[in-house]
Design a protein around this ligand. Structure first.
Ligand SMILES: *Cc1c(COP(=O)(O)O)cnc(C)c1O
Length: 358
């Protein structure tokens, strides 16, 4: 096992009032860093004070975007600092690495570095319900050449940010515009990787939707504009006639294989429900809405956990899902996952990893 060097901050920052800081605005005292080059492979794993880094204006990521990231969360459970599904998130980082030709991160070093970093900054994990410590691992190219090629050097970092409860004004349904003009990703592209390029591709459509009063867009596939992919930067799930149905990342290959979606499906199965992953067309959703089989629609992702959909607009027609209120299943699932996070629900799935004790 590689040695992880630790350089502690000499002065610690003042902790903010987490209820007032929204998402990703404040950072903890330390960060994890590791470098890659051809001669040494991944090396020099270290935890150092969170600080600015210096990069050359010719940095390859700035110009060509070869980068990947993850997002996961740490919570307090009594006297323990815990991380939700850390192993799954680190494995997905390496899945994204493969898609972008980034050299695989040694799992054990990343995992140990993550646990040590959380342990060191565990006083930053907020205590109020709904709040958490957001964990952002990321890898980016550090070549300093303008020629277009796969980079020979990379940096892997993990930074931490305390975040306020996502639903500051209560768990609430959102209005969604079904997007049939812009596309986020296409089959054969980068849709299955957690990479900044997919976000760059999605920002404009989100802005246009916001301007006409929608919270997010529902992405359709880039070829036929027919099959359902994701909602904003979340996965989407439907409750149709008692079944939990979601698009299959394996079949579609342009969807991010969300870990919250996996969590929802595993829990729903444990409740004895039918869980189906398959292609779903927007026409099927509209038809099942019209004949009353569509019971619930909701997004899933680490940031919001569950995001119930109240209204869907497709081709200028607004459809009110259920009665426009939070569905019974979405509410029950949200409460259950929140319970797993903070230890009120016993973890029979092996989702929780302990990083430290107070
Ligand atoms: C991160 C992300 C998700 C949600 O994944 P989780 O693992 O549930 O947080 C969904 N779609 C996209 C495009 C994402 O980047």
């Amino acid at each position: 096992m590689a040695e992880i060097k630790i350089v502690k901050a000499t002065t610690l920052k003042e902790k903010p009032d987490v209820s007032k800081i929204g998402f990703g605005t404040h950072f903890t005292d330390h960060m994890f860093v590791m470098d890659y080059d051809k001669e040494n492979g991944w090396h020099d794993a270290r935890i150092v004070p969170h600080d600015k880094i210096s990069i050359d204006p010719a940095n390859a990521t700035l110009h060509y975007g070869q980068a990947i990231f993850e997002g996961m969360k740490a919570y307090r459970q009594g006297n323990k600092a815990v991380i939700f599904r850390a192993t799954d998130h680190l494995n997905r980082l390496n899945h994204s690495a493969k898609i972008l030709d980034i050299p695989e991160i040694p799992f054990d070093v990343a995992h140990e570095g993550l646990l040590k970093l959380i342990d060191l900054d565990k006083d930053w994990i907020p205590t109020e319900k709904g709040q958490s410590l957001y964990i952002r691992p990321f890898v980016f190219a550090t070549d300093e050449v303008l020629g277009v090629s796969v980079s020979k050097k990379y940096k892997f970092m993990i930074i931490l940010s305390p975040v306020a409860a996502y639903y500051a004004h209560g768990f609430a349904p959102v209005k969604i515009l079904v997007e049939d003009k812009y596309v986020r990703a296409v089959r054969g592209g980068l849709g299955a990787a957690k990479t900044p390029a997919n976000y760059a591709a999605s920002l404009h459509a989100g802005l246009v939707a916001h301007d006409i009063g929608f919270d997010q867009v529902l992405w359709l596939d880039g070829v036929d504009r027919k099959y359902i992919e994701e909602v904003g930067s979340m996965n989407i799930l439907f409750k149709i006639n008692g079944e939990i149905v979601s698009p299959s990342p394996q079949i579609q290959n342009s969807i991010l294989d969300g870990i919250t979606r996996r969590t929802v499906n595993q829990i729903a199965k444990s409740w004895g429900m039918n869980v189906v992953e398959r292609r779903i067309s927007i026409d099927e959703i509209i038809a099942s809405q019209e004949d009353g089989r569509l019971e619930e629609v909701f997004g899933s992702g680490t940031a919001a956990v569950i995001s119930p959909v109240g209204v869907l607009r497709y081709k200028d027609i607004d459809y009110t899902v259920g009665n426009g209120k939070i569905g019974e299943f979405a509410q029950k699932m949200y409460d259950y996952i929140e319970g797993l996070h903070i230890g009120e629900v016993k973890d029979t799935f092996g989702f929780i990893e302990v990083a430290g004790e107070y």
